[in-house]
Write a protein that binds this ligand. Structure first.
Ligand SMILES: Nc1ncnc2c1ncn2[C@@H]1O[C@H](COP(=O)(O)OP(=O)(O)OP(=O)(O)O)[C@@H](O)[C@H]1O
Length: 249
């Protein structure tokens, strides 16, 4: 299977503080990869380096075969990023916001409208296209954020807490959407989240980061086998597995 992300010794220091510390991360094509770790572990700093938005202090990264430092435009054209808080033009409709992003991504004018409708349909917002983004609910805003990410037809997406602030139904719909994008559109997903039961539901692999480095990586079953619970049996939930790493770290 092809590797879509590979870092070797990737390091980012802010003054005396090393936020990412000789990170070796591997993500295969087709995964929904749960990128986990406590606040301040270095996840966002890693994502910014993978996107070419922040320069590593040391080490290398390869994203879809490109070095984000040397070829940031190639990486940006194929990788979508949904940050924790997405911003829109509130006075513009959802369709207008998306059309704007499509044009920024050099989509030919003739194709803009069709692509906008196609993308709104994909994220379940086709009926809300004419509503101003400022009047959107939190769940609709998250979906519109995903639509903005999808408009450039990415091969890989980074989603930072995509279910933040959503109600239970919104969470379920968002998780189902992520699985659909992965399966139907062949998009590899890197999902950064603190909601471990959600991660357990949809992720095929997880990587747990602590103090700037990955301390565990694998399928959930695999990780459960690596660290036995108190009674010597494998832990069954990702939350139990995760807590055990932190107790022993
Ligand atoms: N621009 C910056 N300047 C200085 N220090 C920074 C900067 N950005 C991040 N840091 C520090 O780097 C460390 C890693 O931060 P980062 O945001 O990557 O963590 P995270 O794993 O994404 O956390 P969270 O789960 O809270 O989003 C933290 O100690 C943070 O304070």
């Amino acid at each position: 299977m092809a590797m879509v992300i590979e870092t070797k010794g990737l390091t980012k220091a802010y003054g005396n503080h090393t936020a990412v510390d000789h990170l070796d991360l591997e993500v295969q094509k087709g995964e929904i990869f749960g990128f986990l770790g406590p606040n301040g572990a270095g996840k966002t700093t890693t994502l910014l380096m993978l996107l070419g938005l922040s320069e590593p202090s040391f080490g290398t990264a390869s994203v879809l075969g490109f070095d984000p430092c040397r070829n940031p435009l190639q990486v940006k054209s194929k990788v979508g990023y949904l940050p924790e808080n997405v911003g829109f033009y509130p006075e513009m409709t959802a369709g207008e916001n998306l059309a704007y992003v499509a044009r920024l991504n050099n989509v030919p004018e003739k194709q803009v409208n069709e692509l906008v409708m196609e993308t709104l349909l994909l994220v379940g917002l086709a009926d809300e296209a004419a509503k101003k983004a400022g009047a959107y609910s939190r769940g609709m805003r998250q979906r519109l954020g995903i639509a903005e990410v999808l408009i450039k037809k990415p091969e890989l997406v980074f989603l930072d807490e995509p279910t933040l602030g959503l109600d239970p139904d919104g969470i379920n719909r968002m998780l189902d959407l992520i699985v659909d994008l992965n399966r139907e559109q062949n998009i590899t997903v890197l999902l950064s989240s603190h909601h471990l039961h959600q991660v357990q539901r949809i992720c095929t692999q997880v990587g747990i980061m602590s103090q700037g480095d990955i301390i565990a990586q694998g399928g959930i079953k695999e990780l459960a086998q690596q660290i036995p619970g108190r009674d010597g049996e494998p832990e069954s939930t990702l939350e139990q597995i995760y807590m055990r790493y932190f107790k022993e770290a």
